[in-house]
Design a protein around this ligand. Sequence first.
Ligand code: OOB
Length: 542
Amino acid sequence: MTADAPAWPADFAGHYRAAGYWRGETFGQMLRARAEQYPDRFAVVDPAGDLRRWTYGELDRRADRLAAGFLHTGIGRGDRVVVQLPNVAEFFEVVFALFRIGALPVFALPAHREIEIGYFCSFSEAVAYVISDRHEGFDYRDLATRVKAQTPTLRHVFVVGEPGEHTALSAVPREPVRPGGYDEPQASDLAFLQLSGGSTGVPKLIPRTHDDYLYSLRGSNEICAMDENSVYLVVLPAAHNFPLSSPGSLGTLCAGGRVVLCPGPAPETAFPLIAGEGVTITGLVPPLALVWTQAAPNTPYDLGSLKVLLVGGAKFSEEAARRVRPTLDCTLQQVFGMAEGLVSYTRLDDDEETIVTTQGRPISPADEIRIVDDEDKDVIPGEAGHLLTRGPYTIRGYWRAPEHNVRSFTLDGFYRTGDIARTTPSGHLVVEGRAKDQINRGGEKIAPEEVENVILGHAAVHDVSVVSVPDDYLGELTCAYVILREGAELRPAALRRFVRESGLAAYKVPDRVEFVDVFPATGVGKVSKRDLRNTAAQPAHP
Ligand code: OOB
């Protein structure tokens, strides 16, 4: 690792290697090994447009040739490349090409817009940005043009599809790569930068190594019984940590199984693919799991191949969890994970009560869990408190963020998850709530401060505070409490449009806007978000 990313201390790293957790393998090597083992088995299936099926041999060759092309254009080891692609086969071609040459994908989501992408590109000093031409009615090429104009380091924009004024990904020169002809990455190097859900004004970047991430994949594969016959459907955005690694597409490729890309999460899109491709496992956020369990009893499609449904990203209510087996006839695995590392799963052989009432156990025997009070003292076992964790695939610090790291990690390297949890006598975790200032809108994470900063840019706004409101479907919605400047007038719809047009992802636009004269204050005079949340949760006045 580099000075940009705090590394594990030598004694911990030594232990993780000696225990066989870190095996010294890179993603490039992992794909090469699978291609040698299973050259003709299908690795990636992309049903959009002309159905494409790439074998392991083909994916490996494509990654190699694109890697050579990237090298040719001057992209190399350690360079950052922002990747913002929908669920298309090229996602895997691009990221494995980057892995192979040691360039670091920065995983953006399709929902991100100018504020987020501009920040990722400038903060990471990205040299390239990879997009698709259009997706769900949005033209990413215009976004790229604006971002390129404001980012001096950004030399290339590569487009899957029609390139417009940029470079088509297909036009990157493909050449056979000479083994040893370039500076290959080490397994202890960073493999990519993942995005944090965030609780501050700007998202933080999460540095993951080949060693640590591959370990989390092998561990997940064992827990989820993945093998070469597994077929994983990527329903959530491919770049998110959950569908990427729990066990997700990368776990599937690691197991020699087949990754099927789902163009959208609706049952009408996903169910025919499950039936047609023999999907055995997939992962959903709780609101989607609700929609699927409602749709399953009436579908004409045979979902019999589906053996495991993973649900995570936000708390899955016990009531909803109980509906999974009767409606989908498969085993639920609750997943409580975070891009920073720790992932906890209920096990396939846990009894039904444990499966529906807990968020599982961590992947690794080396995952250290502490539940502490506000003074960092361990609570009595079984009581709820702040969840801290340290382990072989949990980062020791964010990328280039020393001042955040002081707050987000203890001196001895535990990550402060910001979650409130308790452990059961069996060692299972139950997530009880959250201490961090973050809103979890159906699994999509929103840092109120980021939204507040945008709203404060409106000329009519004097002050703003963004809080969560409970919601039956998404779990939480966002509500912006706004104090207007004297004499100023503003309608909620106009403020919401302002936020969207400022270039923030649509899921961060406040669901509700309330105008008030003052904010409730805490004892020390800070805005009391707790009081605002309580007010927001009251039924609306007639
Ligand atoms: C996953 O990762 P992130 O980084 O988007 O969000 C992590 C946060 C956790 O700290 C927690 O607050 C919340 O999301 N969360 C859950 C949960 N799973 C995640 N809260 C309650 N119950 C759950 N089951 O969201 C993520 C990464 C890998 C696998 C699964 C989810």
